[in-house]
Design a protein around this ligand. Sequence first.
Ligand code: IDP
Ligand code: MG
Length: 142
Amino acid sequence: MAIERTLSIIKPDAVAKNVIGKIYSRFETNGLKIIASKMVWLSAQEAGEFYAVHKERPFYKDLVAFMTSGPVMIQALEGEDAIAKNRDLMGATDPKKAEAGTIRADFATSIDANAVHGSDGPDTAKVEIGFFFPGMNVYSGR
Ligand code: IDP
Ligand code: MG
């Protein structure tokens, strides 16, 4: 295992539910350190560009509409095996299939409003962190 960084987004549904702190607490108690963070109301252009890999999927338009429906909390996380660890903490994309105790099982309502985003691999993590946080805005502090 190695120290990695990953990008996490608390989506508009979870921000509206007032559970930013509860989700941050899960990161912190599981060895993931918040090394950058900001609250943003994404434009359609930003959300569309961020999710460009899904452009051809039938849910792309709804996804962009949802991600621009309210503010999101965006953070870079750092820790041992951070990419897979964050995906484990998040649970399955569809909250109905997410394991008990995961963020999506506890806070998400549907596959659209599924509370959190997390990078799915080292390449996407690097691109996604760079997309939202220019280098000088990441504070590892190790
Ligand atoms: P992930 O967020 O678990 O990595 P992805 O497959 O990367 O899942 O999909 C990105 C986002 O697109 C999901 O989090 C979800 O909000 C949305 N999405 C994925 N599949 C569907 C679907 O079948 N219907 C509606 N929305 C979907
Ligand atoms: Mg994904």
